[in-house]
Ligand binder design. Structure first.
Ligand SMILES: [Zn+2]
Length: 109
């Protein structure tokens, strides 16, 4: 997994973004903790399961719909099924050994 630092990405208030398996980290958040790296690796699995473009289309659509519902950017972000799965398990560095494919679907509520 490739990790690069950036001054502008992701937006302020966020630590890292996974772009097609490349982790872009805000300069002031570098280096990443093991937990955050694990979080991004969980996203890499989700991205592959939805053939890359499908992941980003679903992610943005779900974020937008949740934003309409709750009218709060951060809350909308935290409730996206991909984020809920990643935040629920990123502290467990062994999670990916037992993770079932499409596990994010169980966080769609
Ligand atoms: Zn995330």
């Amino acid at each position: 997994m490739k990790v690069i630092s950036s001054t502008f990405l992701p937006f302020k208030g966020f630590t890292a973004i996974n772009l097609f398996g490349i982790i872009v980290v805000r300069k002031e958040c570098f280096p990443l903790s093991r937990q955050t790296i694990n979080h991004e690796i969980i996203h890499s699995h989700q991205i592959k399961e939805l053939f890359f473009v499908g992941f980003y289309m679903w992610y943005l659509t779900e974020w937008f719909l949740r934003l309409i519902y709750c009218r709060n950017f951060k809350k909308a972000y935290k409730t996206i099924c991909f984020e809920k799965e990643a935040f629920s398990h990123d502290a467990n560095l062994e999670y990916l050994r037992s993770r079932k494919r499409f596990a994010f679907l169980s966080y769609l509520k």
